[in-house]
Ligand binder design. Structure first.
Ligand SMILES: [Zn+2]
Length: 164
């Protein structure tokens, strides 16, 4: 009995603390729903605007293969826009090499993204999407560099880079 209890506690405690770190209360929005009426497009309208790959990421919350995006290595100065509606989301000044294989940023342009929690990998993660067209961009984690401590892990296929 004692042995059983201690084993249980051993497993439970680290799991609970990990969940507590990840599962911080955040604003909950329905992803893929546009906040602006003119961006509430039908599936077919989105399919005609986007490549098949970008549609999968932006409209079906897909994830591209790590290290597959050219934007991962993009080091020029400029602005990263939503590939769905062209809203500016990230500045090159806030980009960093996270080593994960996805374009990573420690901050987003104010008001450009909204978040919700998803359970696709069972463990809750904070999904974020374009605040205008609702297109899924990536996930945000609390292990990024200072000053924010955030890591926006973004799909390159969901972005369009505009150099200065
Ligand atoms: Zn957008």
């Amino acid at each position: 009995m004692n042995q059983f209890l201690s084993r249980r506690t051993f497993i439970l405690i680290p799991t609970m603390s990990i969940l507590k770190i990840i599962f911080k209360p955040m604003q909950v929005f329905a992803s893929s729903l546009a906040s602006k009426e003119e961006w509430n497009l039908s599936k077919d309208e989105w399919k005609s605007r986007l490549s098949q790959e970008s549609y999968y990421i932006l409209r079906e919350e897909g994830t591209e293969r790590a290290f597959s995006s050219q934007l991962n290595k993009e080091k020029r100065k400029g602005v990263f826009h939503c590939a769905g509606c062209d809203l500016p989301l990230f500045l090159s000044d806030n980009k960093f090499d996270s080593g994960t294989g996805w374009p990573s940023f420690w901050d987003s342009i104010q008001g450009s993204v909204a978040t919700k929690v998803d359970f696709k990998l069972i463990v809750p993660r904070t999904e974020y999407h374009c605040s205008r067209c609702g297109g899924h961009q990536g996930h945000v984690f609390n292990d990024g560099p200072l000053p924010t401590g955030k890591r926006y892990c973004n799909n390159g296929l969901a972005l369009r880079f505009v150099p200065d």
